[in-house]
Write a protein that binds this ligand. Structure first.
Ligand code: 3PY
Ligand code: MG
Length: 263
């Protein structure tokens, strides 16, 4: 049976898009079923930029899998220990921040897979696929399903783009637009030519290596339209907190306007 990671990769390989949400604020396991009902196919559990505890990989990650949403974790760094904790408890892949070199790409790709494909430490049981598989079956299935995405967030990463893209075990390249622009000395210039050029280069490097390309950071719809046209397919729309605030502000604005019209 095809799992969520395989479906995700195949959808992107066919040219489809995968819409994701950065989960940095939600603490309930219900966020997976909620995102599923809204049409999201993946989530990024954010351990880099939120005060989340690793326990969320278990609570939110597993419930997301049961609801049909692929739970990827963004670790705070590249440590094999942190990655093992997130992956063996419920995350089914990684969005790895600040992958600047092919050496770093190789290390995180290995840290995300059990031997013989990598060096991920084998736990007592692996919960992702239910409780009916043997440990050996579950680890083999995990190695098939896990998705590893390298974030391109600096000028150094852009300089090493082809070598990072060619790294076996890296499934996709993903621009972190905010960090990239700040690193290039262009804070906040999401609509500028430099990000457009980076998008074009990342899409080309991904295509040349049979990988997919994605991005997070921009909010401007015009930037997204251009990036989709350039080949971006793995889309991190925004985070759960900003979605909530935008929806809340829209409702307040509607009722404030309606009240004014009544006066
Ligand atoms: C960035 O824009 O730097 C990101 O990490 C997006 O998630
Ligand atoms: Mg970033």
């Amino acid at each position: 049976m095809k799992g969520l990671g395989t479906e995700f990769r195949e959808r992107l390989a066919r040219g489809g898009t995968a819409i994701g949400c950065n989960v940095r604020f939600s603490r309930s396991a219900e966020i997976g079923p909620i995102l599923a009902a809204c049409g999201f196919s993946w989530m990024m559990l954010d351990f880099e930029h939120s005060p989340a505890s690793p326990h969320l990989a278990y609570d939110i990650g597993l419930a997301a899998i049961r609801a049909g949403v692929l739970p990827l974790a963004r670790p705070a760094g590249h440590s094999a220990q942190e990655i093992a904790g997130l992956l063996t408890n419920g995350a089914l892949g990684l969005v790895v921040p600040h992958v600047d070199t092919p050496e770093q790409a190789r290390a995180v790709a290995a840290a995300a897979r059990f031997p013989p494909r990598g060096t991920l430490s084998v736990p007592g049981s692996l919960p992702h696929f239910g409780y009916g598989l043997s440990l050996a079956e579950a680890c083999a299935r995990f190695n098939e399903e896990v998705v590893v995405v390298a974030m391109i967030e600096s000028g150094t990463a852009l300089a090493n783009l082809d070598a990072i893209a060619a790294t076996p075990g890296i499934d996709g390249l993903f621009i972190g637009a905010s960090d990239l622009l700040w690193d290039l000395g262009l804070p906040g210039q999401y609509a500028g030519p430099e990000l457009r050029d980076a998008v074009r280069r990342v899409c080309a490097a991904a295509r040349a290596n049979g990988k997919f390309a994605g991005m997070g950071g921009p909010r401007e719809e015009a930037v997204w339209r251009e990036s989709l046209a350039a080949g971006m397919r793995m889309i991190l729309t925004e985070n759960d907190l900003s979605l909530l605030m935008r929806g809340a502000r829209d409702r307040v604005a509607f009722f404030a306007q309606a009240a004014e019209e009544e006066d």
